[in-house]
Design a binder for this molecule. Structure first.
Ligand code: SF4
Ligand code: SF4
Length: 167
């Protein structure tokens, strides 16, 4: 299992085109998604996210109205104050959490300081085992995520082997 983030970035970039092809290949087949989810779960069980936190460092985090309500309550501020102080509007993604030089504004070391009220997308990340929409539709983002997330990188490698994908 590869967990070194420098290696993940290097191999994830190297495999980006292949992972894109795998995503398209999988879309045309009827491979049971429960088997793929079980593989991803096994990978998740072996990786300690508190030793990584790379998604909180490199990825932006979208927030919806429910997230804003929960986070405002958790921090003890009014909703408009939370929106003003902890979020920004991105032209491409809509409302996202503010970021600083370390990544997400709520990241402290490798830990989330609002863990119990974290946004839904953080709860579901990296959206392999759990997530909104179909498994195949969630695969759309995986070649990008394989460049920075050890769970996604290793899962894709195992998916390709398990399904008999030919390069
Ligand atoms: S979800 Fe992926 S990138 Fe985020 S902490 Fe876990 S292994 Fe690291
Ligand atoms: S809210 Fe927490 S889990 Fe989500 S990106 Fe920020 S630090 Fe990470």
């Amino acid at each position: 299992m590869l967990t070194d983030l420098v290696q993940i970035e290097r191999h994830g970039e190297k495999n980006r085109v292949e992972n894109g092809k795998f995503r398209a290949w999988l879309r045309r087949r009827n491979y049971p998604e429960q088997r793929l989810k079980a593989i991803a779960q096994e990978v998740e069980d072996k990786i300690d996210c508190t030793a990584c936190a790379n998604c909180c460092r490199v990825a932006t985090t979208k927030v919806n109205d429910r997230d804003v309500e929960r986070l405002s309550k958790f921090i003890g501020v009014r909703t408009h104050e939370f929106l003003r102080d902890y979020t920004v509007e991105s032209p491409e993604e809509g409302r996202i959490l503010r970021r600083n030089e370390n990544g997400c504004v709520f990241l402290e070391g490798n830990l989330c300081s609002v863990y119990d009220a974290r946004p839904q997308t953080c709860e579901l990340f990296p959206h392999l085992v759990k997530g909104n929409g179909s498994f195949i539709s969630r695969m759309w983002d995986m070649p990008d995520r394989a460049v920075y997330c050890p769970i996604v990188y290793n899962s894709l490698q195992l998916f390709k082997a398990a399904t008999g994908f030919q390069k």
